[in-house]
Ligand binder design. Structure first.
Ligand SMILES: [Zn+2]
Length: 305
């Protein structure tokens, strides 16, 4: 059975909330790890509304310091404290976020009841920001008005299953199992080599999710994100506003569709919609003209990878 890898959409609006959409935020479960990706205003309300446990979140990742991506953060952290959190939390984001948050907490006489570990991102090149048992998170630079990164979430566990019967009959010791599951052959003490294929069966493929936050269209990303199982891409405007998108370092729905096509991703999820649109169907149709397997991110929606 495959481990859970599921995304819940909490906010899809750019700049300001609308009647039905909150600013950017997503809740991601990758096996036993819980992440919050961006934390726009209203994130706490969405967590409560969708019955998602805030204390399970171990890592919060902030793509950039425009308010619609992090103004929910001080409130969420102080609520975690009010509910008595003691578990450490890792915060990943642009360097100025650390002192900004400390000032906010100090000025409001708030104290956190748990350790906060800060990991600074940089927007020059891709960098591993977190690595754990069976997963890795990499930040990658985007092209926005201020420093901004996307995040790539990857499973890194073994993709092979042990063929236990063969391992037994070929007398492979248990200590060698981990290496065999990672694809290595086994060499007996007498020098006989047992090829990996004789000891393993195909298992689950590692899955990858790419969060592409605010950015002008960045064709060179297609190679880096090639073949991901799911790509979330901002699609702030329809293509008739291309000029505005270029001025503000955002992407149109056609451009988001092109990115998914060039990167040959499996599925595309569109989000970060301008408040000017009440009906999002036309944005979806534009994206689908380039990449048929596109969907709109809708708040409350759960996407299984
Ligand atoms: Zn922005």
């Amino acid at each position: 059975m495959q481990k859970p890898f599921e995304l819940t959409i909490l906010g899809t609006s750019s700049a300001t909330p609308t009647r039905h959409r909150f600013p950017s935020s997503q809740y991601l479960r990758m096996d036993g790890e819980y992440f919050l990706i961006d934390c726009g205003e209203g994130t706490q309300m969405r967590l409560v509304q969708y019955n998602l446990r805030m204390q399970k979140i171990k890592t919060i990742l902030i793509s950039h310091l425009h308010g619609d991506h992090f103004f929910g953060l001080p409130g969420l952290l102080t609520s975690m404290s009010l509910f008595g959190r003691t578990e450490p939390l890792t915060l990943v984001g642009p360097a100025p976020l650390d002192s900004l948050l400390q000032h906010t907490l100090e000025a409001s006489d708030s104290r956190l009841t748990f350790p906060l570990n800060f990991v600074a991102t940089q927007d020059k090149e891709p960098a591993t920001v977190l690595e754990g048992e069976g997963f890795r998170v990499t930040s990658f630079p985007l092209s926005h008005r201020i420093a901004c990164t996307g995040f790539l979430f990857e499973e890194t566990g073994p993709e092979l299953r042990l063929n236990v019967d063969s391992c037994h009959s070929l007398q492979v010791p248990v200590e060698a199992y981990a290496a065999v599951k990672m694809g290595e052959d086994y060499t007996r003490l007498d020098g006989t080599l047992i090829p990996n294929a004789a000891l393993t069966l195909p298992g689950n493929k590692n899955r990858r999710y790419a969060y592409v936050s605010d950015t002008a269209q960045l064709p060179e990303l297609a190679k880096f994100l090639h073949g991901v199982d799911l790509m979330y891409h901002e699609a702030t405007f329809m293509h008739d506003r291309l000029e505005r998108a270029i001025q503000t370092y955002h992407t149109t729905s056609i451009q988001a569709g092109e990115m998914a096509k060039w990167a040959e991703v499996k599925r595309l999820l569109l989000g970060h919609f301008s408040a000017r649109y009440t009906d999002l169907q036309p944005l979806l149709e534009e994206a689908r003209s380039q990449f048929p397997d596109a969907e709109l991110a809708v708040e409350g929606m759960e996407v299984q990878l």
